[in-house]
Write a protein that binds this ligand. Structure first.
Ligand code: NAP
Length: 284
């Protein structure tokens, strides 16, 4: 392997330490403990693990977290009522509704109903708009985590061709939005399932961000020698976690690469903690 490994565990630990210190100072000064309310509907095993990890991380950094577990029989109205209750609760600073929701529930009205000042995932249309205009309230956690990794590794994005694979509202689109902002200054191409000759597009990239959800979708020979490969994908294959990038072959050509697990995943949680602290600060 010739690429430098971008260690998400290490970088996220430093972000979490900073959040821990800042939270301690904030709580000492104001008497307020930042509080994240997480909502988990149903019993999807991966979601349970994600929520547990988020709760644990909150505790370690001095943040309060409360988990609201709802059965998979929950109605749209019951879920919306819970969000309304959390919106009104002044002791709650951040609200997180773990996705995906069971199939009978529509996530769009639920996410739209979260008060933007408590939307620590950064999914609300108001926060997406502010982010795109370059005056963010909360940055979406996964794309923000990727930007933080690039910054930590001194990878300059200015003038670079960044190819983002995936156009979801939670990863691909906001990722492209952050890379193109003034300050980041990348030239951005977004690929999706209708992109023609995607391999040729990826081969032009100085920075590849893969958020597809298909194991090893990006083959090693699609990576331009010296490019940076950021793997957002988390796919379970025979009880093993595999990314969207064919890691060993890509690592032979890339200058830097993120592993799965231990890459972008831990960064997402760290940025959620930072947003929760920010929400508490902004609430005063
Ligand atoms: P998603 O909503 O399913 O979006 C996947 C995107 O990939 C879509 O835009 C889709 O295109 C595109 N795509 C699918 N097949 C393709 C193909 N054959 N060629 C080109 N593009 C294709 O997924 P997501 O929520 O963005 O998540 C993506 C991955 O990241 C998943 O593995 C997820 O588990 C992981 N993830 C990780 C973190 C983390 O913290 N590390 C956080 C969130 C998500 P269309 O729009 O045309 O359908």
């Amino acid at each position: 392997m010739s690429a430098k490994l971008i260690d998400g565990k290490l970088i996220s630990a430093s972000v979490r330490q900073q959040v821990t210190d800042d939270t301690a100072a904030f709580t000492a000064e104001t008497g307020v403990t930042p509080h994240l309310a997480a909502v988990l509907v149903g019993d999807d095993p991966a979601s349970q693990v994600y929520v547990r990890n988020k709760e644990r991380a909150c505790g370690k950094c001095g943040l309060k977290s409360t988990l609201h577990r709802l059965s998979d029989q929950t109605t749209q109205q019951q879920l919306m009522d819970l969000v309304a209750e959390l919106n009104a609760d002044e002791s709650v600073h951040g609200i997180l509704v773990q996705l995906p929701l069971p199939k009978h529930l529509d996530s769009t009205p639920v996410l739209d109903s979260i008060r933007p000042s408590k939307d620590v995932d950064g999914f609300h249309p108001e926060n997406v708009g502010l982010m795109l205009q370059g005056r963010p309230r909360f940055l979406p956690c996964t794309p923000h985590g990727v930007m933080k990794m690039l910054e930590h590794e001194n990878i300059d994005t200015a003038g670079k061709h960044a190819v983002v694979i995936g156009r979801s509202d939670i990863v691909g689109k906001p990722m492209a939005g952050l890379l193109v902002q003034k300050g980041a200054d990348a030239t951005v191409t977004i690929c999706h399932s209708r992109t023609t000759d995607i391999a040729a597009v990826i081969r032009q990239a100085d920075i590849v961000v893969a958020a597809v959800g298909i194991p090893e979708f990006v083959k090693g020979d699609m990576i331009k020698p010296g490019a940076v490969a950021i793997d957002v994908g988390i796919n379970r294959v025979n009880d093993k976690l595999v990314g969207d990038v064919e890691f060993s072959a890509a690592a032979e050509r890339a200058s830097a690469i993120t592993p799965v697990p231990g890459g972008v995943g831990p960064m997402t949680i760290a940025m959620l903690l930072r947003n929760t602290l920010e929400a508490a600060k902004q609430s005063l």
